[in-house]
Design a protein around this ligand. Structure first.
Ligand code: ASP
Length: 433
């Protein structure tokens, strides 16, 4: 019998989860049943993914860097990746601003809806503002200071410290390249083997992916706020989704033009990571799968994928920056404010920086949105207006974030002559055994 491809299995899991959530929400005992008996399986699935993220970054990056013939390749790879990341983020913000100015979704919000939303979500807004305030107080070089850990074991204890672990892994890898091969071989072999083991663990976790996404989506549907609020924010939601769609098209065209790879090849290869990003709303939790797909299914050599993708997961969030631009202007429109061209240009700069600073976890983009609003002089309380639909939009923007990282890694690989034929030619081979 023909095997069903992984992305179809995940899609079926997602739809079944939504259906289950909708049906059980209608039953009196349904929501409690989902929260007690279904949701925990979703949490276990996300935990399993997060569990291997740090060891994977460490092992694959050390292996990737230590495989390099010389260190100059590292700076070449780094400068190209960061340059492309910046370029795609700026494109995303520009697309977001253009669409929101064209559609003007904020003008359709009535005074009544505005007051209702502001009071319904005031406390959630205050919580996000407190987190953002702590980030705002940091000095200009704090981000740089934060990158260098004082203790690698302490750094690895917190999944939020990804950049610190990346820094250590690159530093350690450079050390390996610089000592004689006779001495480094043992360490190299060790990380090589560790890397293989972790890739196998990803295969095992992915067997559970359809069930994991089922549980995650059933719980999300059961906990969703009233559909009336969704309706009021319909045009805003459509604006964000349209922008994200444009961004996806942009990647597809970019990959097709620069690497010459077929659109179907790219989408088929990356779709399990996209679906997982959608279900978990976290690029960090999706990272192990993104790394595996890009290497094994899109043909990016591991020294590129292990370097470009973890950095992308932390600093390149095109979907998030696009959403921040749309949300900021939407809130301004809803408050009847007319943003000058200068203020909109300011949003391009702050949304770019805010997306770089956003953590790769659910809802992080909204925390950093506080900073974009403050900079543009838009009332921060306006965050309450968009709270109701933030989660579904977070799911979509996370998918775009992950697709952006994968596209950039393909471009960098192509330019460095490191884009080959995929290691796994039959799409589901790696999940069979
Ligand atoms: N959830 C997003 C991510 O992990 C970040 C955000 O926009 O909230 O990529």
């Amino acid at each position: 019998m023909k095997k069903v491809a992984l992305h179809w299995k995940i899609l079926i899991g997602m739809f079944a989860g939504i259906l289950f959530g909708v049906i059980f929400s209608l039953l009196s005992f349904g929501p409690a049943f989902i929260s007690d008996w279904i949701k925990p399986f979703g949490t276990i699935f996300i935990n399993a993914l997060k569990l291997i993220a740090m060891p994977l970054i460490l092992a694959s990056l050390i292996k990737g860097v230590s495989d390099l013939k010389d260190i100059t390749q590292l700076s070449l790879m780094g400068s190209r990746a960061i340059g492309l990341y910046l370029l795609t983020t700026l494109t995303a913000v520009t697309i977001g601003l253009s669409i929101v100015n064209l559609i003007k979704p904020g003008n359709t919000i009535s005074d009544e809806t505005r007051t209702e939303l502001l009071s319904a979500y005031a406390s959630n807004t205050a919580a996000k503002q407190t987190v953002a305030a702590a980030q705002k107080e940091a000095g200009p070089l704090q981000a740089l200071v934060n990158m260098v850990p004082s203790n690698i074991f302490a750094a690895m204890q917190d999944n939020g410290n990804m950049l610190q672990v990346i820094f250590f892994a690159i530093f350690f890898g450079i050390g390996i390249v610089l000592i004689p091969q006779k001495k480094s071989q043992f360490v190299k072999d060790f990380f090589d083997a560790l890397n293989e083991v972790i890739l196998k663990l990803i295969d095992l976790i992915m067997i559970a992916a359809p069930y994991g996404v089922f549980a995650l989506l059933a719980a999300l549907v059961a906990e969703a706020p009233s559909p009336d609020l969704f309706k009021a924010l319909g045009l805003y939601t459509i604006t964000v989704l349209l922008g994200l769609l444009c961004m996806l098209l942009f990647y597809i065209i970019l990959v097709r033009l620069i690497t010459g790879k077929k659109i179907g090849f790219f989408l088929k290869g990356i779709s399990p990571a996209q679906l997982l990003a959608f279900s978990t709303s976290s690029s960090a939790a999706t990272l192990p799968v993104t790394m595996e797909r890009v290497h094994e299914h899109l043909g990016v050599e591991q020294d590129v994928s292990s370097f470009v993708l973890p950095i992308g997961a932390t600093i390149n969030m095109d979907g998030t920056s696009l959403y921040q631009a749309v949300a900021a202007v939407f809130i301004a429109q809803a408050f009847g404010m007319d943003l000058s061209l200068g203020a909109q240009l300011g949003i391009i700069a702050t949304a770019t920086l805010a997306s770089i600073g956003s953590a790769a976890v659910p809802g992080a983009g909204m925390v950093m949105l506080v900073i974009v609003l403050a900079q543009a002089g838009i009332p921060e309380a306006g965050l309450a207006l968009i709270f109701a639909v933030d989660r579904p939009l977070d799911m979509c923007r996370t998918s775009v974030n992950v697709t952006g990282d994968a596209s950039v890694s393909m471009l960098v690989a192509k330019w460095l002559g490191k884009l080959g034929t995929p290691v796994v030619k039959n799409w589901d081979d790696s999940y069979k055994n």
